[in-house]
Design a protein around this ligand. Structure first.
Ligand SMILES: Nc1ncnc2c1ncn2[C@@H]1O[C@H](COP(=O)(O)OP(=O)(O)OP(=O)(O)O)[C@@H](O)[C@H]1O
Length: 172
C-alpha cells in the first residue's frame, strides 16, 4: 500500500484528543486526512455484511442508524498521500490491530484521573450519568494501556503546548 502510515489517536474521553487534533488541523490543514470526513451511504444489509467480513475498524449504532469507519476509507486517504488520523476508542484499537493497516499507535492520557474528571466536568458536555460512565471506561482503558506493546507512544497531556509539540515531533 503506497502512502503514509495512518495514525491512531486514542485515549480516555476528556484526555484532549480533539483539542490536540484541532490545533494540528489549523496549522497543517493540507497534510492530514480524516477517515471520517466523508460518509458513504449503504443499506443496512450491505453494511452488516461488510462488518461481518471484518471490513470495518469500528462501527456503532445510534438512533437506529449504523455508522462506522472502514478499512477502505483509511486506504483512500492514504492513496491521496495524506496522513489518515483515526480518533478511536480502545475497542477500535483492538480491531485495527487485526488489520494490515500498520498504523502508528498514539495514546493521549491525562496526568491523573482527578484531572480527567475536572476536565470533563468543566467541559460541561456530560450529564452526571455519562460522566460516571466515561470515568469508568477511562479506568478500564488506562489499565489496558499498560499492556506492553499496546502503543508506540504515550503522550501525557498535562500542559497543552508541551503535549502538542510532542505530537507534532512524532508525526514529522
Ligand atoms: N492540556 C490541557 N489543559 C487543560 N485543559 C485541557 C487540556 N487539554 C484539553 N483540555 C480541555 O479538556 C476538555 C476535554 O478535552 P477534549 O474534548 O479535547 O477531549 P477528548 O479526548 O477529545 O474527549 P472525547 O473523547 O470525549 O471527545 C476540553 O474542555 C479541553 O478544552
Amino acid at each position: 500500500m503506497a502512502g503514509p502510515r495512518p495514525v491512531v489517536l486514542t485515549g480516555p474521553s476528556g484526555a484532549g484528543k480533539s483539542t490536540l487534533l484541532k490545533k494540528l488541523m489549523k496549522e497543517y490543514d493540507s497534510v492530514f486526512g480524516f477517515s471520517v470526513s466523508h460518509y458513504h451511504y449503504v443499506t443496512r444489509e450491505v453494511m452488516q455484511t461488510a462488518i461481518d467480513k471484518g471490513e470495518f475498524i469500528e462501527s456503532a449504532e445510534f438512533s437506529g442508524n449504523m455508522y462506522g469507519t472502514s478499512k477502505a476509507a483509511v486506504q483512500d486517504v492514504q492513496a491521496k498521500n495524506l496522513i489518515c488520523i483515526l480518533d478511536i476508542d480502545m475497542q477500535g484499537v483492538q480491531n485495527i490491530k487485526r488489520t494490515d493497516l500498520n498504523p502508528i499507535y498514539i495514546s493521549i492520557q491525562p496526568p491523573s484521573m482527578e484531572v480527567l474528571e475536572k476536565r470533563l466536568r468543566d467541559r460541561k458536555t456530560e450529564s452526571e450519568e455519562s460522566l460516571q460512565r466515561r470515568l469508568h471506561i477511562a479506568k478500564v482503558d488506562m489499565e489496558l494501556s499498560k499492556e506492553p506493546g499496546m502503543f508506540d507512544v504515550v503522550i501525557i497531556n498535562d500542559n497543552l503546548d508541551v503535549a502538542y509539540v510532542q505530537l507534532k515531533d512524532l508525526l514529522f
